[in-house]
Design a protein around this ligand. Structure first.
Ligand code: C6P
Length: 415
């Protein structure tokens, strides 16, 4: 693997050689892939690990006594241990494999919220949430007759906590759900005051770490949360796999989410009993090779160095904000570079973000344009959509230069 030996400094130019996607031209131009917050690219190490797994070790898991069944089970459970270590969870059984962060958050909302929320209770989210940590809570709260409350953003793009005392006075708060890193603005939340407050309320604390885990060290014990959701595809792993960490005592007390094969202990006409953790929450055939690939992705990220990835993105964000700030008519959204991960959202004069993104595509630059599944935030910003460039460990400053050149072309087209 092509990385520097100094773990504090990452050599993105060398790392790019691990990613076959960069070997092609797009519209005759080098690819500037600035859409990693949407989904990251995959290194050869992950692709090769998955191919080798399929070629030598694939079978269904937990139910076959033959050699391949044993190998596949060992592969899946080995990946679970890697995820456990990656988020510093106390126990492997607390790691539940799911399809993605969305499914992880729905699992908590349905299986915990469905049984524990009722009239007089409140769920608190923030204005900065992705729909995946907003809509399930809004739905379950309202379905169960509970209140759904939203902490607003302040002018510095940080969550405003000044209303917490009032909420505590007027409501029985049962759930506090927030992201650690915003996908739209890149804001890195300071969760400590909110987790403390949630504890004082006796509420569970749900952390959406879909954008945090790929880019910075995430430690469920240091965060003092009760649930944490991540997606494999955003952290160099395959799509179709994510993980939910849940505090063991809470997971044990919960009803299952999906029902059927594998998640049972015994099934009789009169009664069905549930399996042990994590199987109670893993109904049906698991995403086996995908979990294995997520484990390989974790190995890859750890070898590159999570701290080095975070430092690299901070450098890129500072560079991008400086260069983009030179473009006439640009509006940049979000906090200063030291408060954000590798995400820059912007609008260019009154040019629709979809037009911007389409013209950039012709220069080989891939960004995302839209509401980024954050409509409450877009409403707050007073826009329907933004452009978003997002970075990762393989992003190099030349890609940001290509973006800036492309934006000058967009301006000329619309002049
Ligand atoms: N954000 C983006 O372009 P899934 O799709 O389930 O893997 O991840 C959902 C999700 C949850 N929380 C946050 C903070 C996210 O950013 C995302 C996915 C992508 O920003 C697709 S909308």
């Amino acid at each position: 693997m092509a990385v520097t030996t100094d773990r504090r400094k990452l050599d993105a130019h060398a790392l790019r050689a691990d990613f076959p996607i960069f070997e092609q031209l797009i519209h005759g131009k080098p690819l500037a892939y600035l859409d990693s917050a949407n989904s990251s690219q995959k290194p050869r190490q992950v692709l090769d690990a998955m191919t080798a797994f399929y070629e030598t070790s694939y079978a269904n898991v937990h139910r076959a006594v033959h050699v391949l069944g044993e190998r596949a089970t060992a592969g899946l459970e080995g990946a679970r241990e890697k995820v456990r270590a990656f988020v510093n969870a106390p126990e492997e059984r607390e790691i539940v494999f799911v399809r993605n962060a969305t499914e992880a958050l729905n699992l908590v909302a349905y299986a915990w919220g469905g049984s524990n929320l009722g009239p007089g209770d409140a769920v608190v989210v923030t204005e900065l949430e992705h729909h995946s940590n907003f809509v399930p809570w809004q739905y379950i709260a309202r379905r169960n007759g509970a209140e759904f409350l939203m902490l607003p953003l302040d002018d510095a793009y940080e969550v405003d906590l000044s209303g917490l005392d009032e909420i505590a006075r007027d409501h029985t708060v049962k759930v506090v759900a927030t992201n650690l890193v915003s996908n739209s603005l890149g804001t890195i939340a300071d969760l400590a005051p909110l987790t403390r407050w949630a504890r004082e309320q006796g509420a569970i604390f749900v952390c959406d770490a879909a954008q945090a885990a790929p880019h910075m060290r995430v430690d469920v014990q240091a965060l003092d949360c009760d649930f944490l959701a991540i997606s494999g595809h955003k952290m160099c792993g395959p799509s179709g796999i994510g993980a939910l960490w849940g505090r063991g005592s809470i997971l044990e007390a919960m009803e299952p989410f999906l029902l059927g094969g594998h998640m049972i202990n015994s099934v009789r006409y009169e009664k069905t009993t549930w399996g042990e953790l994590p199987h109670k929450f893993e109904a049906g055939t698991s995403p086996i090779a995908e979990a294995y690939g997520m484990g390989a992705a974790i190995d890859y990220l750890e070898a590159a160095g999570i701290d080095a990835i975070e430092a690299h993105e901070h450098e890129l964000v500072a560079y991008a904000l400086g260069r983009l700030g030179e473009i006439p008519g640009i509006t940049l959204y979000g906090p200063p570079p030291e408060r954000r991960a590798g995400v820059v959202s912007f609008n260019l004069a009154d040019i629709h973000p979809h037009d911007v993104a389409q013209i950039l595509d012709r220069s080989g630059v891939a960004i995302r344009a839209g509401h980024h599944c954050c409509q409450p935030l877009m409403h707050k910003l007073g826009v329907a959509a933004t452009n978003r460039a997002s970075f990762y460990l393989y992003t190099v400053p030349e890609e940001i230069d290509q973006l800036v050149d492309g934006l000058h072309t967009v301006r000329k087209v619309f002049a």
